[in-house]
Ligand binder design. Structure first.
Ligand SMILES: Nc1ncnc2c1ncn2[C@@H]1O[C@H](COP(=O)(O)OP(=O)(O)OP(=O)(O)O)[C@@H](O)[C@H]1O
Ligand SMILES: [Mg+2]
Length: 234
């Protein structure tokens, strides 16, 4: 579904990605693990063309992403749930959910159908649909951020540290929701520092360090290399 080869990117004079290979097929979840500054967010930004590649190739759903805009890629199903959630605090929960759908050319009934689907997925969002997004708890805001992404009917959903600041119980609820979506064919790229939890839910994992891939493998064997991974996280 998404394949990146030898991805290199710099931000200013800072070489943030130094030749990364990545592949996630439909129905799979890939964990991207790494310490602060390892290049996790930069990798997601490079995959969705928020930052330009210096070299390397990315194909999404069988087509090169070169020269395509972030919005066009999102319309085709490459959707990014950003680090820090980026809920718009003064907009209602409902309006936050609608943000991503405005450029998709959907009918009112299609939009309402998708809203209902998200309200069924996270019933707390239905209860709180009229209140300001900023007044939700951290966990509810993360559910809202995930639902806002799912409103766009993604083929690939990229999540940047969804567990940050949340109780494990809520993180598990969100990861279980994503896992059930992979069974319907969604591909997920899960960026996390919470390595144990991420490996438990993923099929494959890569560990980034200093813009490079330090370790990779299937999640089950990576879980056996926990001590090694902790070394890269510290
Ligand atoms: N806007 C920017 N300008 C200059 N350097 C940046 C910018 N954003 C990120 N960097 C640098 O790029 C490198 C990778 O950062 P990135 O945000 O991708 O890491 P990360 O793995 O997502 O870290 P975190 O876990 O803290 O979110 C770091 O050295 C960081 O300082
Ligand atoms: Mg980051």
């Amino acid at each position: 579904m998404i394949i990146g080869k030898a991805i290199r990117a710099r931000i200013g004079s800072n070489q943030v990605l130094r030749g990364i290979d990545i592949e996630v097929q439909a129905g799979q979840m890939l964990a991207v693990i790494g310490a602060n500054g390892a290049g996790k967010t930069s990798l997601l930004r490079a995959l969705s063309n928020v930052i330009a590649l210096e070299s390397g190739e990315i194909s999404f759903d069988g087509r090169s992403t070169a020269g395509r805009s972030v919005h066009e890629l999102a319309r085709h199903g490459l959707v990014h749930v950003p680090q820090g959630r980026q809920i718009i605090p003064n907009l209602s929960v409902r309006d936050n959910l609608l943000i991503g759908t405005h450029h998709q050319g959907l009918s009112v009934s299609e939009v309402n159908e998708r809203l209902e689907q998200e309200f069924d997925r996270f019933p707390v969002l239905r209860q709180r649909q009229a209140i300001a997004g900023g007044s939700l708890s951290g966990g509810e805001q993360q559910m809202l951020a995930v639902s806002r992404g799912l409103m766009m009917k993604p083929k690939v959903l990229m999540l940047d540290e969804p567990s940050l600041g949340l109780a494990p119980k809520i993180v598990r609820l969100i990861l279980e929701t994503l896992r059930s979506l992979t069974r319907e064919g969604l591909a997920v790229i899960l960026v996390e520092q919470a390595a144990v939890l991420a490996l438990e839910y993923s099929d494959w994992a890569i560990v980034l360090r200093n813009g490079e891939c330090a370790l990779q493998g299937d999640a089950a064997s990576m879980a056996g290399s926990q001590a090694l991974i902790e070394g890269y996280l510290s």
